[in-house]
Design a protein around this ligand. Structure first.
Ligand code: AMP
Ligand code: MG
Length: 461
């Protein structure tokens, strides 16, 4: 395979360019275990700092920014692209899996129409910890390799903030918006080239018959299934993305572009974590619907390749695939091994109780461990006792009794599917405030705690 792969695409798809100078870089964090996992040849030393602050290339790779479009809050924007980041390296690990390193916050590019091309320390810490927390929760996501900040460069947001560069690793950063870019420019050649590259590197089983309609339908099917699984995982863990624009949707089904994201505290299904989302388009409970809408946008870009009615039919499988994936996740969260018709009601009733008493979403589920056996969490501390709760607990115990599972199997299921620790906004905020004073120890402490979200590590947050 030839790297860099972007050279397979027409020149108009990208721009080779260098980063703007980033003065006085210092390490905030480096993810050593990820570096090992993806076999990237960079370490936490002086040379690594130069590379990850974008002062020198990694193994001669010529950095570049890529063009993409996207539907932002439902409105098509043809001119997006890497406006504040560069594709910095591509490599294969020992198994032949391709990986990309993207440096975010490297300054203006050919695609930054407004803005300084910079990322601030605050949001970079949120992405760093948020994406690694998601990975530890076994949720598909881009990963965070490195975080450096400048001792000198400040950038203006609502206030003046320290600039940072995040090293992000993904199998690929190709977004739905890359397909939309070629499609809406009527660039059939670019669209075909994007498909060919993507299949060759990431969907090799589809490559040989890549021009056949059935292959494209199968590819769309993969997208639908992947996204159904991803959104089910988000809903089950209580993750709100906040900006589900099509330019933030990964073609690998990864959680991508962490901005105003959040994890639920109190269970409020209509929670909007993005303060600029005045209509609540990306409210927590709207995410499945929006994913479906985004898949329709992607399918639209396939109409040269397969009949529209067949494409529509594939996308229309999303609601059912999502429903199944969500039920599966929620059954596990209740410690249920088998599947019974009454499970959907059991789950809905439990969620209605949590919504009613505004219970903490994660810890109420975690406290079910205390119902099943010995555990420091006491359910009554999170869900006030009432007749409704008692009735639900009776129904729950009865349902558990119908499962051919042992008590220890149920205990393990509950423990492995209900995190004790999630990245709550106030925790991220504490780490940010210290980091802005030059103390990165809280970033490190949270990073390590969030690597083991299912194990009690002292106090509950
Ligand atoms: P995001 O909100 O990060 O998903 O970005 C949406 C679009 O705006 C992308 O094309 C980004 O590259 C661009 N963008 C975001 N922030 C900046 C910035 N500070 N400077 C230039 N472009 C930006
Ligand atoms: Mg984005």
């Amino acid at each position: 395979m030839d790297l860099p792969w972007y050279s397979m695409l027409p020149q108009r798809a990208y721009q080779r360019q260098l980063a703007e100078p980033f003065p006085e870089p210092v390490w905030v964090h480096f993810n050593t275990s990820l570096a090992d996992e993806v076999a990237i040849s960079v370490s936490q030393n002086a040379e690594g700092l130069n590379i990850l602050s974008a002062a020198e290339p990694l193994q001669g790779y010529e950095s570049l920014s890529t063009a993409y479009s996207g539907h932002q809050f439902g409105v098509f924007n043809p001119s997006l692209g890497d406006g504040r980041g560069l594709l910095y390296s591509q490599w294969l690990d020992a198994t032949g899996q391709p990986w990309e390193l993207h440096l975010k916050g490297t300054g203006r590019t050919a695609f930054s129409r407004h803005g300084d091309g910079r990322a601030v320390l605050r949001s970079s810490i949120r992405e760093y910890l948020g994406s690694e927390a998601m990975a530890a929760l076994r949720i598909p996501t881009t990963r965070a390799l490195s975080l450096v900040c400048s001792n000198k460069l400040k950038v203006q947001r609502e206030r003046l903030e320290p600039a940072a560069i995040l090293g992000r690793v993904a199998r690929t950063h190709v977004r739905f918006g890359h397909f939309e870019y070629f499609f809406y420019r009527g660039d059939r050649q670019g669209l075909d080239a994007l498909r060919d590259w993507l299949f060759e590197y990431h969907y090799p089983q589809l490559y040989q018959h890549r021009t056949e309609p059935e292959t494209l339908l199968a590819f769309l099917q993969v997208q639908v299934r992947q996204l159904a699984e991803l959104i089910a995982a988000w809903q089950a863990v209580g993750f709100a993305h906040g900006v589900m624009n099509t330019d933030n949707m990964s073609i690998m089904g990864d959680t991508l572009d962490y901005g105003p994201f959040g994890f639920l505290n109190a269970y409020q299904p209509q929670w909007v974590c993005n303060h600029s989302d005045h209509q609540g388009r990306y409210a927590f409970d709207q995410q499945p619907q929006i994913a479906y809408w985004n898949l329709l946008c992607l399918a639209q870009t396939f109409v040269h390749w397969a009949p529209p009615t067949a494409l529509q039919k594939v996308v229309d499988q999303f609601p059912e695939l999502y429903r199944q994936a969500y039920l599966k996740r929620m059954r596990s969260k209740l410690g249920l091994l088998s599947s019974q018709p009454e499970d959907a009601k059991l789950i809905t009733d439990w969620l209605a109780i949590l919504a009613d008493v505004q219970a903490d979403y994660s810890l109420s589920f975690r406290a079910l461990l205390g119902v099943e056996g010995q555990h420091p969490l006491v359910l009554a501390d999170y869900v006030a006792p009432s007749k409704t709760v008692d009735d639900w607990l009776d129904a729950y115990q009865q349902r558990l009794g119908n499962d051919a599972s042992t008590a220890s199997q149920r205990w393990q299921l509950l423990k492995q599917n209900n995190p004790a620790y999630i990245l709550r906004n106030y925790l991220a905020q504490q780490a940010i405030e210290r980091a802005e004073q030059g103390d990165f120890s809280e970033v490190d402490r949270l990073f390590h705690a969030l690597q083991h979200p299912y194990d009690e590590q002292g106090r509950f947050w």
